[in-house]
Design a protein around this ligand. Structure first.
Ligand code: TPP
Ligand code: MG
Length: 341
């Protein structure tokens, strides 16, 4: 017997219960896909000798975009780390700005081409400048939360970092201070199972990074980092707690790094292609697209349109950034010392 359309469509709509319209989740997907397509373009540009370095977000977009949607994008303060392409796009950075950053051009709002790519920071977006020593952003985010508490500002401070970095002193000091002072800060670990070549089992003796929350008297949770709706729910819960004065949270997005550590790394020296391929079926960009297709939100027409729009936006941004001037060498000391004028 032929199945009716309704019988075939067995996928449960999970986004309506979270307060999202179909257009909202399509927008979420558009940002995830934009991050992925930018990343793919960056690898091509790097291999063509046009940009020096790629640090990849592939495999972490779902957690990043879901998290951004759970925060107040007009008020909250954020300290994203170097893989957060999906997060910063959702937060308001443009594709053109991302390309200017990767071409290290003067117009790059993050550091005017001074820092490595992915070292985000933009005052107008309340986004802290990123520093290369990993997890230095954690105490910085705690400082923002402390200032907010002292001033009585009802904001949340949000910070991301890798699981390898969660073994470093700055992470623990930041957690401890935030826990003692019940600060409105959300620590979100993007656990992609590798710290360069070091696999998870050589990094942690506990099962989850979030298990450490208890030691600092804070709320902890691990969620599926391939699912933007799970990321949204976890970050929303943590933000609600922070607004109620219940202090910090330690969240952990369970992801997988689909690309080598950077464009200078050969991951085949420490993991197998079979292992990477096995994780591809959980890739959030693919599984969320399937969810939207099953609900007939992402129809073939919409999908084609989306791909075309993203492609032309990235083409335009690439051309613009490639032709944009580098910083004037005479400006080298700007942003090093305070300017009093
Ligand atoms: C203090 C410090 N030590 C070492 C490094 C070199 N380093 C850069 S990224 C990285 C691995 C970080 O792994 P993880 O925290 O899991 O983040 P991922 O890159 O996997 O997202 C290391 C060791 C650094 N940048 N800073
Ligand atoms: Mg890692």
């Amino acid at each position: 017997m032929m199945k009716t359309g309704e019988e075939e469509n067995k996928v449960e709509n999970r986004h309506h219960a979270l307060g999202f319209s179909d257009q909202d989740v399509l927008n979420m997907y558009r940002i995830m896909l934009t991050a992925r397509r930018i990343d793919e373009r960056l690898w091509l540009l790097n291999r063509a000798g046009k940009i020096p370095f790629v640090v990849s977000c592939q495999g972490q977009e779902a957690a990043q975009v879901g998290a951004a949607f759970a925060l107040n994008r007009e008020k909250d303060y954020v300290a994203p780390y170097y893989r957060d392409y999906g997060f910063v796009l959702a937060w308001g950075m443009t594709v053109r700005e991302m390309m200017l950053n990767n071409f290290a051009k003067a117009e790059d709002p993050n550091s005017a081409g001074r820092q490595m790519p992915g070292h985000f920071g933009d005052r107008k977006l309340r986004m802290l400048t990123h520093s290369s020593p990993v997890t230095t952003q954690n105490p910085h985010a705690v400082g923002i939360a402390l200032a907010a508490k002292i001033k009585g500002d009802d904001i949340v401070s949000f910070v991301t970092f890798g699981e390898g970095s969660s073994n470093q002193g700055d992470f623990h000091e930041a957690c401890n201070f935030a826990g003692v002072h019940k600060l409105p800060v959300i620590f979100m670990c993007e656990n992609n199972h590798y710290a360069i070549s070091v696999g998870l089992k050589h990094q942690l003796a506990c099962a989850h990074v979030s298990d450490r929350a208890a030691g600092y008297g804070m709320f902890g949770r691990t969620f599926d980092g391939n699912d933007p709706l799970a990321a949204y729910a976890a970050v929303k819960e943590a933000a609600d707690r922070a607004h109620r004065g219940e202090g910090p949270s330690l969240l952990e997005a369970n992801c997988y790094r689909l690309q080598p550590h950077t464009s200078d790394d050969n991951d085949m020296t420490y993991r197998t292609k079979e292992e990477v391929d096995a994780h591809k079926k959980y890739d959030g960009v693919l599984t969320f697209a399937q969810y939207l297709r099953d609900l007939e939100i992402l129809t073939p027409d919409v999908e084609q349109q989306l791909e075309e729009q993203i492609r032309s936006e990235i083409d335009e941004a690439t051309d613009y950034a490639e032709q944009a001037p580098f910083a004037d060498p005479d400006s080298v000391l700007r942003y090093v010392y305070e300017e009093k004028d």
